[in-house]
Design a protein around this ligand. Structure first.
Ligand SMILES: Cc1cc2nc3c(=O)[nH]c(=O)nc-3n(C[C@H](O)[C@H](O)[C@H](O)COP(=O)(O)OP(=O)(O)OC[C@H]3O[C@@H](n4cnc5c(N)ncnc54)[C@H](O)[C@@H]3O)c2cc1C
Length: 479
């Protein structure tokens, strides 16, 4: 690993979620020396709490967001090609009932438009009658069922794609990255930014300077920037919380993702039910956030809402809290727009770039799927400022470094796998290792993936892990 103890960098990116990671890769591939910093582990906030879909956003068609859907569909199809070990295309079933808001003909028209906007790069949509639909999704509520539309999108490991984008960037000589390092102060000295970085383990602070700073702080944008008078920052976000639950696949045995479209007190929503190997992801909600941004959790009401809708679509399964093997919540960093009138569901998923000082860019909004486009826009501006040539196609190449554990071909890591992960994938805590390098977010999920006892497996490897970062039996027991 390269040392990152320089006092000055050409560019510093603050925020190592998918947006910061995408900008990082684009900048360094275009020859700009860059340091990427995150207060926690890379991808440990919003970018590991998404619905884990690479998608065009079929529901944005109703908002007439055609350019966004077009862009997202092209990015989705690109990343399905570039990271086949982390993302795969699957058929999504959108069941239609006699009282559904959108009848079958409208679904057919929408799916045609969706494929058209992908320049027909999506696998083609189809329509299913009731019998075909029940055959594909046993257990689906047959009462008043008319049929289903079937279209294609991607499911992915969101945290892993972010990490692999960063590993790929680090293949470049002039790329540096530091996780668990918080920016605790910013000063402008002679019109240049000086950032104070705090090592989150030792508490030691140090200063660095840079010619250009980029904030890719997702939902933390407003809180962070408002601390500094020289940014004259006014809130730009409409933070929107979304929660998910994981259900054991054996308790919700579906082969294909289902799109549920309830109409209730939460408005005209979409809830995805997406199988991921041994588990099924159900979400999401869309409510204002009341939690501390670094500690967002699903509320009981949100969980009850997801279970209620699952039981409407799958009444025989009688799912309840005991079937949940994990849950998580995240904050969508939506950018306020004048047309949304505060309705989070209708607020555009477009991103925006701000320049509060000549050497500072702030990027907010967007979707996971469109991160490369967001990175490209910032990179072009920075290359221009540094009088460097900019190649917009560089990031269309495959990632150069795969992580040891692939979520779609999961295997129990051997001691040599663990050693390789610790040496090449930058975990600094037990949670970094288990959650994001091994893709195991809870003990119950570990149990579904492997027959091994969680504690004894990690106790067996504790000495090995301790060569790289501090792990105690309490850390293992607490997970
Ligand atoms: C519930 C939900 C479902 C979603 N589903 C999808 C989906 O299926 N598909 C899709 O395309 N998009 C989806 N999205 C949108 C997508 O997840 C986000 O747009 C994207 O992850 C935002 O990434 P980011 O890098 O901007 O933010 P983040 O991932 O939150 O990154 C910001 C980083 O800044 C760091 N940071 C904060 N303060 C400091 C500091 N002082 N110093 C250093 N670092 C700091 C944080 O630690 C964090 O890692 C979903 C979002 C939500 C919430």
């Amino acid at each position: 690993m390269k040392p990152v103890e320089k006092a000055h960098y050409k560019t510093v990116i603050v925020g190592g979620g998918i947006v910061g990671a995408g900008i990082f890769r684009d900048l360094v591939m275009n020859g700009v020396e860059t340091l990427l910093i995150d207060a926690g582990d890379f991808s440990s906030q919003t970018s590991e709490r998404s619905s884990k879909m690479l998608h065009g956003g079929i529901r944005y068609l109703e908002n007439m967001d055609f350019p966004l859907v077009f862009e997202a569909l092209h990015e989705k199809n690109l990343w399905l090609k570039l990271t086949p070990h982390l993302a795969k295309e699957v058929p999504f079933y959108l069941p239609v009932y006699s009282d559904s808001k959108r009848p079958l003909w409208m679904i057919r028209a929408g799916l045609y438009l969706y494929d058209l906007l992908s320049s027909f790069k999506n696998s083609p949509f189809s329509m299913k009658n009731k019998a075909e639909c029940l055959n594909a999704i046993p257990g689906l509520n047959p009462e008043r069922l008319k049929g289903a539309g079937v279209y294609y999108d991607g499911i992915m490991d969101d945290a892993k794609i972010t990490l692999e984008v960063i590993y790929d960037a680090l293949e470049e000589e002039h790329a540096f990255a530091k996780n668990h390092t918080m920016v605790t102060n910013v000063r402008k000295i002679n019109n240049k930014s000086t950032l104070t970085l705090k090592d989150q383990f030792t508490g030691i602070e140090s200063n660095i300077t840079c010619d250009q700073v980029v904030y890719a702080l997702g939902p933390f944008t407003d809180t962070f920037l408002k601390q500094y008078d020289f940014y004259h920052w006014q809130d730009v976000l409409l933070p929107s919380k979304g929660s998910h639950i994981w259900i054991k696949a054996s308790d919700l045995p579906i082969k294909y993702p289902i799109v549920m479209t309830p109409q209730d007190e939460f408005g005209d929503r979409v809830i995805f039910v997406n199988p991921h190997g041994e588990k099924v992801l159900v979400g999401t909600t869309e409510v204002p956030n009341k939690d501390n941004l670094f500690d967002v959790k699903p509320t009981e009401e949100e969980i009850a809402y997801l279970l209620k809708n699952l039981n409407t679509y799958f009444p025989l399964l009688k799912l309840n809290a005991s079937h949940i093997i994990g849950s998580f919540a995240g904050i969508r960093p939506l950018v306020r727009d004048d047309n949304s009138s505060g309705d989070r569901g209708k607020t555009s998923r477009e991103h925006k770039i701000y320049q509060p000082c000549s050497d500072t860019y702030v990027i907010a909004g967007g979707k996971y799927t469109t991160f490369r486009v967001m990175g490209r826009e910032i990179t072009q501006k920075i290359c221009h400022r540094f009088h460097k040539s900019f190649n917009r196609d560089k990031t269309e190449s495959s990632l150069r470094r795969k992580s040891v554990i692939s979520p779609f071909a999961w295997h129990l890591p051997t001691a040599s796998d663990l050693k390789k992960i610790c040496e090449t994938e930058m975990p600094k805590t037990f949670e970094d290792l288990v959650k994001r390098r091994l893709s195991i977010s809870t003990r119950a999920i570990w149990k579904e993936n492997t027959q091994k006892d969680f504690d004894s497996y990690f106790e067996e490897h504790i000495n090995l892990l301790n060569k790289y970062f501090k792990v105690t039996s309490a850390d293992i027991a607490r997970f």
